[in-house]
Write a protein that binds this ligand. Structure first.
Ligand SMILES: C[S@@+](CC[C@H](N)C(=O)[O-])C[C@H]1O[C@@H](n2cnc3c(N)ncnc32)[C@H](O)[C@@H]1O
Length: 299
């Protein structure tokens, strides 16, 4: 399934980098709705700057683009709900007085530009160099400035990112708030363990963490589907990018390390927000049922 290698690399339009553009396109489509779950006004800016499929999807110019299919409609709801959930998380974090924010695999997350941060807040954005470069250049040419102090850390999250964070001024003696949104599936299990352990080691009491996680896909089910010719090109590409591993459910891991954690199932949350769920047994329903949003606070 996965075609990933230990030292693989990418920019915004290749390999794992293009997934940042894909979720940005979903956020842009959510923002176009009359009753959006969340409005990320920069998502469209990024898609237009990148051009190609991501921009065409916004204008409905490509009816076959995955986000324009029935499955895609549910994926857009997913991204809208996920953005809303984590925006609310950061609002709570800011109200609690936390001033160090760490976006692990920031991609095209625009929270450093669009959320209202108290004075003195520093947002650390970790991702691969060319992904961060695309984001910076796009925002600069659009004339936008961050609403907090933004520090880029160009790194591979399979490497020693805690050291890089400290060398950019992160202070482990002060509370911090972390997010791993749309990231874990792109890391092997060992790097997931390193990620959670790194957060725990650098988080002072009173810190927060938010994680999106997915139960790995059953390989036998995937292979059976493929044998029956029921796997689309889009799915094949997706499964070539993910490791399909889970080190440990986030709630369990953080609870065992002195945090108080809560898991919110994505399907239930989307239903609670008033959006229709896909029918049982569909690929879209499986996607939503497999995903959870986890938050935790370190005591
Ligand atoms: C689906 S996008 C999510 C981006 C952002 N968190 C969001 O929700 O919009 C996945 C991001 O993870 C980043 N990523 C994945 N593996 C990484 C790694 N080993 N090191 C650094 N960044 C990584 C990619 O570059 C990409 O920006």
């Amino acid at each position: 399934m996965s075609s990933r290698t230990d030292k693989d690399t990418w920019d915004i339009s290749t390999s794992v980098g293009q997934t940042a553009l894909f979720v940005a396109a979903a956020r842009a489509l959510e923002a176009q709705k009359p009753d959006p779950l969340a409005v990320d006004r920069y998502a469209e800016v990024f898609c237009r700057a990148a051009g190609g499929d991501a921009a065409a999807a916004l204008d409905d110019a490509d009816a076959d683009f995955p986000l324009r299919t029935e499955w895609g409609g549910h994926f857009v709801n997913f991204q809208g709900a996920r953005t809303r959930y984590f925006d609310d998380y950061f609002q709570g974090v800011a109200q609690a007085g936390v001033q160090q924010i760490v976006l692990l695999a920031a991609g095209l997350d625009s929270r450093a530009y669009r959320l209202s941060w108290p004075a003195g807040t520093v947002v650390y954005e970790l991702d691969r160099p060319r992904v961060l470069q695309f984001k910076r250049e796009t925002m600069d040419s659009h004339g936008d400035t961050p609403t907090a102090e933004r520090r880029e850390i160009a790194i591979d999250l399979r490497d020693d990112w805690p050291q890089a964070l400290r060398s950019h001024g992160f202070d482990p003696s002060k509370p911090s708030a972390w997010i791993a949104e749309g990231l874990l599936i792109y890391l092997p299990a060992a790097a997931q363990e390193q990620l959670f352990a790194g957060i725990d080691a650098l988080a002072a009491p009173g810190s927060f963490v938010a994680v999106e996680e997915a139960v790995p896909m059953d390989r036998e089910v995937f292979e059976a589907k493929r044998a029956e010719g029921r796997v689309s090109g889009q799915e094949t590409e997706f499964f070539s990018l993910v490791y399909n591993e889970q080190h440990a459910p986030a709630e369990q891991w953080f609870s065992e390390h002195g945090w108080t954690a809560t898991t919110t199932g994505l399907s239930g949350y989307i239903h609670q927000l008033g959006r229709e769920l896909p029918g049982p047994g569909t690929d879209a329903r499986h996607m939503l049922d497999s995903n959870s949003l986890v938050t935790a606070r370190k005591e």
